[in-house]
Design a protein around this ligand. Structure first.
Ligand SMILES: Nc1ncnc2c1ncn2[C@@H]1O[C@H](COP(=O)(O)OP(=O)(O)OP(=O)(O)O)[C@@H](O)[C@H]1O
Length: 230
C-alpha cells in the first residue's frame, strides 16, 4: 500500500482549472520536494491532501484510505501562514497542541524552541514573522506523524536558521514517515530531497529520485528546475 495515491485529480477555483488530471504516488520513507513556479498549484494540492479543500474530482488515498479523520491524524501540516493566537505564548500553545494531537511530543517541542532561542513566555503576537514561522515548524515537526506536509517552511527565515531547520526536519524524520515539502529555495534545500515532483499545467511533469535526475541531466536540481521552467 502506498502512503499517498492520487488519481486523476482535478480542482478549479470558479472557471480557473488549477489541477487537471494529476496522478501522483508516493511511498513511505522519502523526503519529497514539491516544486513548481508561483501559482502552479502546490498549496492547492497540499490542502487537498490535508483535507482543507474538499471540492475536487478524482481520488486521493492516504495510507489506503480516503482523506478524512483517519488521514488527518497521521498527517502533520505546516500551512503557508501561521495560525497561532497572538495572545498566547509558547507554553500555552504547547498545551493546545498536546490537547489536539495525541502524537505530539511536548518535550521535544520545548527543546527545539529553546534551541532556536525562542522565549517560552513571550507572547507569540509580539514575535517577528520569521520567529513565528520557526515556532510553527517546531510544533509541526514535534508530532510523530506518518506524513509531514510542509508548505514553504523556509520562506521567512534567515539563512543561518535555514540550516537549523533543515537539520530539524532531517532529525525528526524516520524511515516509516515521509515529508512532502514545497519550496522556491531549491538550491538551499535540494541536499535533503530524495525525490523531486515537478508540477506543470495542472499535472505532475516529473516524479524522479534526485540522484538519478542529477546523474541523467548532469545538473543540480536547482539548475534543472531553471531549465524546465525557463
Ligand atoms: N481561494 C482561491 N480562490 C481563487 N483562486 C485561487 C485561490 N487559491 C489559489 N487560487 C489560484 O490557484 C492557483 C494555484 O494557487 P496555489 O496557491 O495552489 O499555487 P502555488 O503553486 O502554491 O503558488 P506559490 O508558489 O505562489 O505559493 C493560482 O492561480 C491562484 O491564484
Amino acid at each position: 500500500m502506498s502512503l499517498l495515491e492520487i488519481k486523476n485529480l482535478e480542482h478549479r477555483y470558479g472557471n480557473h482549472t488549477v489541477l487537471a488530471g494529476l496522478h501522483l504516488t508516493l511511498e513511505e520513507g522519502e523526503i519529497i520536494g514539491l516544486l513548481g513556479p508561483n501559482g502552479v498549484g502546490k498549496t492547492t494540492l497540499m490542502k487537498i491532501i490535508c483535507g482543507l479543500i474538499q471540492t475536487y474530482d478524482g481520488s486521493v488515498l492516504v495510507n489506503g484510505a480516503p482523506v478524512g479523520i483517519g488521514s488527518k491524524s497521521i498527517i502533520s501540516y505546516l500551512p503557508e501562514r501561521t495560525y497561532f493566537r497572538k495572545s498566547e505564548n509558547i507554553r500555552s500553545a504547547i498545551g493546545m497542541f498536546r490537547d489536539f494531537y495525541a502524537d505530539f511530543d511536548e518535550k521535544k517541542a520545548m527543546e527545539m524552541a529553546m534551541d532556536l532561542n525562542l522565549d517560552s513566555k513571550q507572547k507569540i503576537g509580539t514575535m517577528s514573522k520569521g520567529m513565528q514561522e520557526k515556532l510553527q515548524l517546531v510544533f509541526v515537526m514535534s508530532r510523530r506523524a506518518k506524513l509531514f506536509v510542509l508548505d514553504e517552511p523556509l520562506g521567512g527565515v534567515d539563512p543561518a536558521t535555514r540550516d537549523y531547520i533543515l537539520h530539524t526536519i532531517l532529525s525528526q524524520y524516520t524511515e516509516n514517515s515521509s515529508i512532502l515539502l514545497s519550496t522556491h529555495l531549491v538550491h538551499d534545500v535540494e541536499q535533503i530531497f530524495d525525490r523531486a515532483v515537478f508540477l506543470k499545467n495542472g499535472r505532475v511533469f516529473l516524479n524522479e529520485q534526485v540522484d538519478i535526475l542529477r546523474a541523467e541531466t548532469g545538473m543540480s536540481l536547482d539548475q534543472y528546475f531553471r531549465e524546465v521552467y525557463r
